[in-house]
Design a protein around this ligand. Structure first.
Ligand code: 5AD
Ligand code: FES
Length: 386
């Protein structure tokens, strides 16, 4: 398993140093000028989608099921234009620190679910986390993402102390938390101590689908309530979902998109579902890279200011996944700052890339990859513009 992940990233590295001409895609105007009668009406409907910032279920179904033709290229080109209008050619980095692999939850898709007894668990010390921040800062990262399972050791006091420490040592950086569901009071306290952003994927906006993905003790209402609280408190909030998760349909995706349109999060994280051993969904098929790319573009057009990462899961299922994500309208990358010895243990999903690569290696790798897309990694917090 690991070997194949390494091979994939090797392949990617080689391609990235010799950019394929296919990466340098035509603009929306060029595609439209040369459009044939079969794709022109779709392009016109994409224009309507972009203007109205809304999508019908039937057009969504059409966009997701059509063959890879010039209308798909047009969708991506329009999304690129939309992101460039707001954020120019900038790519923002978020340094990801996976602080604990203990989790009280038992999500059916996730490799660190509590029932996975085969996994050795770890918890970083605050000192190690501060060292990760220091390293990330030296590579120009101005956002730290503190992520982990729902680990009760990281209670209000400990997490609060960590946030305070990072806030005082890095006053010019954004602190993003991604630590799951907590009480409104806990969220408020973390915000008051200096956390700015919170990532909590909603996973699916369809209640029945939510129940299929999660054990009965987890509730759709609570998830949505947490997102609402985070927003009310003043966090920049990120929601999101997996593409191709078991039980997902065009209808559930349409609900996800409607949720994004109305909730108006500052960030949206989407990546393909990756079937993972020692989970109930181990034998399910992986999500599609192609569908993920189309959804990235659709989300960009529905909500043009959103900060949209080209995710590690996308890079794990395709050697050029992250470049393609950027070319589909994403504008954020989340390199891993966790010590290499912990990475394999933070096994949310199988075949993750960069397991053996320190930030020195990943930074150069990402630079080269971004050059091939014509975009530029910047040293900025990369706050939501809007
Ligand atoms: N494949 C892809 N993404 C996954 N996540 C969890 N398990 C998987 C998987 N098997 C995503 C979830 C979660 C985020 C941290 O990782 O959407 O919110
Ligand atoms: Fe390419 Fe990590 S090895 S980003």
């Amino acid at each position: 398993m690991e070997k194949s992940a390494n091979n994939l990233s090797e392949q990617g590295k080689q391609s990235a140093t010799q950019p394929e001409s296919s990466l340098l895609a035509p603009t929306a105007e060029q595609l439209k000028a040369e459009a044939t009668a079969d794709v022109l009406p779709i392009m016109q409907q994409i224009d309507v989608l972009a203007t109205e910032q809304d999508i019908s279920l039937s057009f969504l179904e059409h966009l997701l099921s059509m063959p890879k033709n010039n209308a798909v290229k047009y969708l991506h080109a329009k999304a690129r234009k939309a992101v460039e209008t707001v954020y120019g050619d900038k790519i923002f980095l978020r340094g990801l620190i996976e602080i604990t692999s203990y989790c009280r939850n038992n999500c059916n898709y996730c490799g660190i679910r509590r029932s996975n007894k085969t996994l050795e668990r770890y918890r970083m010390t605050p000192e190690t986390i501060m060292t990760c921040c220091k390293e990330g800062y030296s590579y120009g990262m101005r956002t730290f993402v503190i992520q982990g399972g729902e680990d009760m050791w990281w209670n209000d006091e400990r997490l609060g102390a960590l946030v305070s420490d990072i806030r005082s040592q890095y006053p010019d950086c954004a602190i993003t938390l991604s630590m799951g569901e907590h009480s409104r009071e806990s969220y408020q306290r973390l915000f008051d101590l200096g956390a700015n952003r919170y990532l909590l994927r909603h996973e699916t906006a369809d209640e029945n689908h939510y129940s299929y993905l999660h054990p009965s003790e987890m509730s759709f209402q609570n998830r949505m309530q947490c997102l609402q609280w985070l927003k009310e408190i003043g966090f920049q909030v990120g929601c999101g979902f997996m593409v191709g998760s078991p039980g997902q349909t065009p209808q559930t995706i349409h609900k996800d998109l409607q949720f994004i349109r109305t909730f108006r999060p500052q960030m949206v994280g989407i990546g393909p579902f990756v079937a993972t051993q020692h989970t109930p969904f181990a034998e399910e098929p992986n999500g599609s890279v192609e569908t993920t790319l189309r959804l990235l573009s659709i989300i960009r057009l529905l909500h043009p200011h959103v900060l949209l990462p080209s995710t590690t899961a996308l890079g794990s299922l395709h050697p050029l996944g992250r470049e393609l994500g950027i070319l589909a309208g994403a504008n954020v990358l989340m390199p891993n700052l966790s010590p290499v010895e912990n990475r394999e243990l933070y096994n949310i999903y199988d075949n993750k890339i960069c397991l053996g690569d320190g930030i020195d290696h990943c930074y150069d790798c990402l630079q080269t990859r971004m050059e091939s897309t014509g975009r530029r990694i910047v040293v900025e917090r990369g706050d939501f513009v809007g």
